[in-house]
Design a protein around this ligand. Sequence first.
Ligand SMILES: Nc1nc2c(ncn2[C@@H]2O[C@H](COP(=O)(O)OP(=O)(O)OP(=O)(O)O)[C@@H](O)[C@H]2O)c(=O)[nH]1
Ligand SMILES: [Mg+2]
Length: 436
Amino acid sequence: MAAPRLPGLPPPPLLVLIALAAAAQPPHQAAFRAGHGAASLPAAAAAAPRRRYLLYDVNPPEGFNLRRDVYIRVASLIKTLLKHEAWVLVLPPWGRLYHWQSPDIHQIRIPWFEFFDVPSLSKNIPVIEYEEFLAESGGPFIDQVYVLQSYAEGWKDGTWEEKIDERPCIDQLMYSTDKHKYYRGWFWGYEETRGMNVACLSVQGSASVIAPLLLNISARSVMLDRAENLLHDHYGGKDYWNTRRSMVFAKHLRVVGDMFRTNFLNSTDEKDRTQYSEDWTKMKVKLGTAIGGPYLGAHLRRKDFIWGHRNDVPSIQGAVETIRSLLKLHKLQRVFIATDAVAKETEELKRLLPEMVRFEPNWEELELYKDGGIAIIDQWICAHARYFIGTSVSTFSFRIHEEREILGFDPKTTYNRFCGDEESTCEQPTHWKIVY
Ligand SMILES: Nc1nc2c(ncn2[C@@H]2O[C@H](COP(=O)(O)OP(=O)(O)OP(=O)(O)O)[C@@H](O)[C@H]2O)c(=O)[nH]1
Ligand SMILES: [Mg+2]
């Protein structure tokens, strides 16, 4: 079942545009326009224009920051679908992430608003939380689940082409049927959720390659599992950046980071010449405007990176030497360190670098913000430093680069990374310019 190519799709019919406009309005307004008294229908049903739902999930071992990248890819798919039909993206609840290992705190079924500002996301594409989907769509049922996979045979003749085909599942299916023939699976920790149909799709290409297929089937709710198999429609393009800029961190986390900057790093937006708008669509800061707080920001990715990237990740000692020389070069007294290092390593860090500053949550803060929130606070503080240095090929560091680009830092102060102790070339990260 080879899907037709996108350019062949018909233009969006008028009715669809009207439905789209209704979908973009606050639910109660849309209901009134549709001629219903709000009281005459259950609230959720009244709120629901006939829009279709796109859900997705990512390979379990993938971390928080790659997942943020996958969101950007899926958002561009939604933008393509919206040219033809009213679709909404259902935000996949966070949880059970490999790195989120703090014991005794509840870390599944976490809605997006705990980490991101959902109204900001909505200024880019229509989104709803999973629980809103449950209420609006009439229950924990997903009409069609597609598990994305690559092609068993790899690239044919070594030539790259974008394609998508329903194929037998290559890996063992992570869904099984219950006695009513419904499919059961992880579904972000929502046990009661059921899939009505599950199939595997081999895919090779950018996110929108799947659009024609989605527009051709009748399932109202479609979940793409293993969505990381989709590539970016246009990495670094305007759509990419619009989506990235819309991924504003939740305000409560930014506030905690800002308080920490003020109290421990002598850093405020005024002093640092940070131009910030709560409305990301109004932010377009000239590079070099922001000077950042009087501290060095360093992201030291440890754990699996120590053995996974043996050549380009420094020893603790090597990192401290680099930090010392950067402090001297930039005439800074303070260094803020974001790291996932284990206790033994942070003790060594403290011994070698007694003046370092870290955000160390107490148990209540950890329970409140969770591992994901603490990571965001770390990223936010690094994003406001006079000079930043990150870890080679860490998506955690990449997300800090982007944040600093949005804030308007001179690229020289952003695209830097630690070198491995024995590394000779030590290529520095690429500067990705925002396209507004
Ligand atoms: N609080 C905090 N957590 C961190 C830090 N560095 C890593 N982590 C945790 O470890 C996870 C890193 O995993 P990813 O988000 O996959 O990013 P990455 O592992 O650096 O990059 P890739 O695996 O290459 O995509 C984060 O989501 C955090 O949970 C840090 O400096 N501070
Ligand atoms: Mg990772």
